[in-house]
Every structure is written in C-alpha cells, then in structure tokens.
Design a binder for this molecule. Structure first.
Ligand code: DX5
Ligand code: ZN
Length: 218
C-alpha cells in the first residue's frame, strides 16, 4: 500500500490545525510529526502539547518521528498523546532492541530511522521486529532541503533485503521529496512518502492529488 505522510514542519504554523484538516480531507493517509530536541538535531520544533492538541482534529494516523536523544525517556508519553507510529533513530538509541520493545508495549507501531550516512547493516538483526524503516534522504533537522541521491541505492538494497527475507515491512522516505522526484523512491521500493514542502508549498489539495495520481501507477 502506498501512503502519503505530509510533514507538518512544512505547514504554516499560524494555521496549523486548519492545514492539517485540509490535508486530512484531501486524502493524506498519515500525518508526519517531526519532534526535534536541539541535541540530536540542531533545531527545536514541537512536542507533546502540540501533538495532543492536534489529536482532537483528525483521526488520521499520527506518524511521530522522534529526532531526539534518548527517546526511551518519552515513549509512553508520546503514545499517550496519540502517536500511532513511533519512529526512533538508530543513532540515538544505545539499546535499540529494548526501545523497540518499549514502543511495542504501548501498542504503537514501531519505526526505526537511519540517517543518510548510517548503513542498513545496523538494523539487519531487528528487521523482523519493526513495522517500518525510515530512510532519511536529507540530514535531519530542517524542512526544504535537497534529496540526497545515494538514498535511492539504499532504499533499493533495503527492499531487496526485505524481499529475500519474505518481509513486507514498510519503507518510508523522508526529505526533499516532491511530486517531481517521488518516482525515483517509489521505483526503488519505498511505499510511505513523507513530504513537507512538497505538500504545503503552493496548493495543498492539488499537491496531495498529484502524489496520489503517481501512486496509482505503482
Ligand atoms: C527533516 C524532517 C522532515 C522534513 C521534510 O528533518 O524529518 O520530515 O520536514 O521536509 P521536506 O519534505 O521539505 O524535505
Ligand atoms: Zn521527518
């Protein structure tokens, strides 16, 4: 199944609720929420109170991308705020296996993210345990950056590896994706597409429709 996950980081924060409702009505399947702590990544974005408030306005899947150090400190709190998918970075977890199980205990789905320079070998032993692998196609921290080309090869290798093991795990890609280059990551084997600027810049409804038109070709 192909899924569009608009990243609210690309939204106009003065109209956040309104824009998320519009993304919902236009058919976005997930809402991607980027949490940044100023430690793991240079920026600070938003946290639990914002997610909790937004939970009241849409029933769509809340896909929470934790770009924070020691995420194990906050897993239960994010789940309680309404996160349906909780993604942690392999680079921020000393005990990744333990954090994966901690997320599972909350009932949320588990995502594991890899920064651009982190090899997929770092997660081969936990592939069976996770619902989604997030291949970062920019260095995390900011919206509006350019897609890093070598991500394509990484997505392809990961999809091959999953196929060899008979796993249908979701591959999410995040960073620098618009309807102009989404084909590249879909061809490589990604099926959950995060897009901030590509959804919220210009006409939101038209942008979402364009992504879904492309998904139909796969
Ligand atoms: C980057 C975030 C992304 C970002 C994507 O650190 O994880 O989700 O908002 O934004 P675009 O699509 O503009 O690259
Ligand atoms: Zn993200």
């Amino acid at each position: 199944m192909y899924i569009l996950a608009p990243s609210v980081l690309g939204a106009d924060f003065t109209k956040l609720g309104e824009q998320i409702k519009r993304a919902d009505q236009a058919g976005a399947e997930y809402i991607h929420l980027d949490v940044m702590d100023g430690e793991f990544v240079p920026s600070i974005s938003f946290g639990m109170p914002v997610i909790k408030a937004l939970r009241g306005i849409t029933k769509k899947i809340f896909d929470v991308h934790l770009m924070i150090e020691q995420p194990e400190r906050y897993i239960e709190e994010f789940a309680a705020c309404g996160a349906d998918v909780i993604t942690v970075h392999v680079e921020s977890c000393k005990h990744l296996d333990r954090v994966i199980h901690q997320i599972k205990e909350t009932g949320a789905k588990v995502g594991v993210a890899l920064n651009p320079a982190t090899p997929i070998e770092t997660i081969i032993h936990v592939l069976d345990l996770v619902d989604m692998i997030l291949i970062m196609s920019v260095n995390p921290g900011f919206g509006g950056q350019s897609y890093i080309d070598y991500s394509t090869e990484k997505i392809r290798s990961l999809r091959n590896l999953l196929n060899e093991r008979g796993l249908k795990t979701d591959i999410q890609v995040d960073g620098g994706i618009t309807s102009d280059n989404v084909n590249v990551v879909l061809d490589a084997g990604a099926n959950i597409i995060v897009s901030g600027t590509g959804v919220f810049k210009g006409n939101l409804e038209e942008n979402i429709t364009r992504f879904h038109e492309i998904f139909k070709c796969y």
